[in-house]
Design a protein around this ligand. Structure first.
Ligand code: LLP
Length: 434
């Protein structure tokens, strides 16, 4: 559920008319609902409250420091990757001490920064990485807390580019080699074995792969507890959200209307299936959800530039592009597109919704049925809160979009639109060209 809904003809985020934000800050602009994020966090935390739980929000989904502060205030730590993300947590005034450090290529400098800031644990992806973390910890005269990412070889039944728990992925150590990796870790003097981790993929719409993976790993987790006294098990992230019926899915009536066997994954079903499997382990359980926490909490606002009527095809050309929201171009993913001002008197329009970038891939939707909208009117791309801004680029020297956070009837700019001067600040013409 979420807090985007029409009040009369106008699309609102919580109690704020989105057109007001579009007029004030221009477009393209990302708008986030603080209440939706809090709701998502609380539902997950309450669902799994029978466990000793730490939610480490996967900040790669959206790492604006305002959002990090919001989640930190709610009690979250972070699943972070790289030195940049550590610095963001610090800039947000949030806690590195309840955060986990993932990623397959951690540099010595990044490991050092994490240790200096008291990282909760490193999620280790290979044996050479154990040696590197041991080396840096030794230099600093500390012991580094670690968990090994175990690859359970489970098919997450999601998009190939976001499946991570199969044996042919680059992630983790296969279950059959994991015991040897732990034994190797136990021999390093500057490492403390603290836990075990898995993550099987993203945008999972059924709980079955989670159950399968947890069941597959559970005996090994028990062995690790007996052998090394591990204290936590991270089951990763991956809970999917509703993209196809995004706007309607904000309402409870929509969920109630779905046939029981086709209901999308909710934190309640996730918890009901997993708590009974996890509770007997007697360990702290870490969750690393990203998309679930922020995906349906954000929209991308854009303005219509032209409606180009072609022979047999219409193109709705908007001022947002693949650089702002790359998911459709990269994964052929679906984002619902709705007008900020709904008018039942308008004709329907079938069009490709495209951006102004000079490539055919700059397309958000093909043959999409929409209400007819004209030049200067606003539209919203739904479910754009996760992997939207964080995957944006500056292609065609387009500026990074603005970001706004709404809470109740108030809103604030949490990231100003990038200026041209900021964009070229690091560039220079070398002397030999002058
Ligand atoms: N933990 C680890 C180790 C991960 O690699 C990821 C995501 C997560 C947690 C969070 O997964 P989530 O709860 O958000 O599904 N850019 C793609 C998604 C890539 C996910 C990468 N890893 C997209 O736009 O669909």
């Amino acid at each position: 559920m979420h807090h985007f809904h029409y009040v009369g003809p106008n699309l609102h985020c919580e109690s704020v008319d989105l057109a007001e934000i579009a007029r004030l800050y221009g477009t393209p602009t990302y708008v986030y609902s603080a209440e939706t994020m809090a709701d998502n966090y609380r539902r997950l935390a309450e669902g799994l409250s029978g466990l000793d739980l730490q939610i480490c929000y996967a900040m790669k989904a959206n790492s604006n420091i305002a959002l990090l502060r919001h989640f930190s205030n709610l009690g979250a730590g972070f699943d972070l990757v790289g030195g940049g993300e550590i610095k963001r947590v610090l800039a947000a005034g949030a806690n590195v001490k309840s955060s986990v450090f993932a990623g397959i290529g951690k540099t010595e400098a990044e490991i050092q920064l994490a240790l200096e800031n008291g990282i909760f644990s490193f999620h280790v992806e290979s044996e050479p990485e154990l040696a590197r973390i041991n080396h840096v910890a030794g230099k600093l005269g500390v012991k580094a807390p670690i968990a090994i990412r175990v690859n359970p070889d489970v098919d997450a039944h999601t998009h190939a580019k976001i499946t991570t728990g199969k044996s042919d992925n680059k992630f983790g150590i296969p279950l059959k080699h994991a015991a040897a990796a732990y034994e190797a870790a136990s021999k390093y003097p500057n490492l403390t074995i603290k836990g075990v981790q898995m993550h099987i993929g993203s945008q999972l719409t059924s709980v079955a792969p989670f159950i399968e993976a947890v069941r597959k790993i559970t005996p090994f987790v028990g062995e690790l507890k007996a052998l090394y006294g591990i204290t936590y098990f991270s089951i990763g992230g991956g809970m999917g959200i509703v993209y196809k019926d995004a706007l309607a899915s904000g309402a409870k009536v929509w969920w109630d209307a779905q046939p029981a066997d086709q209901r999308p994954l909710t934190p309640e079903t996730y918890a009901a299936a997993l708590v009974p499997l996890l509770q007997p382990l007697g360990l702290k359980i870490v969750l690393e959800h990203g998309r679930f926490m922020v995906g349906n909490s954000g929209v991308l606002l854009a303005k219509v530039e032209h409606l180009k009527r072609g022979a047999g095809k219409n193109f709705l050309i908007v001022d947002a592009a693949m650089n702002d929201l790359v998911r459709p171009a990269m994964y052929e993913s679906y984002h619902e597109i709705v007008p900020l001002h709904r008018d039942s008197g308008r004709r329907a329009l079938v069009a490709d919704v495209v951006g102004p970038i000079c490539e055919s891939g700059d397309c958000f939707a093909k043959d999409r049925q929409l209400q007819e909208v004209g030049e200067g009117e606003y539209i919203a791309f739904m479910s754009a809160g996760a992997y939207g801004y964080t995957m944006a680029s500056r292609y065609n020297t387009r500026a990074m979009a603005a970001e706004v956070l709404v809470k109740g009837g108030t809103f604030e700019l949490i990231n100003a639109r990038e200026t041209f001067e900021q964009q070229i600040a690091g560039e220079k013409i070398p002397a030999f060209l002058k």
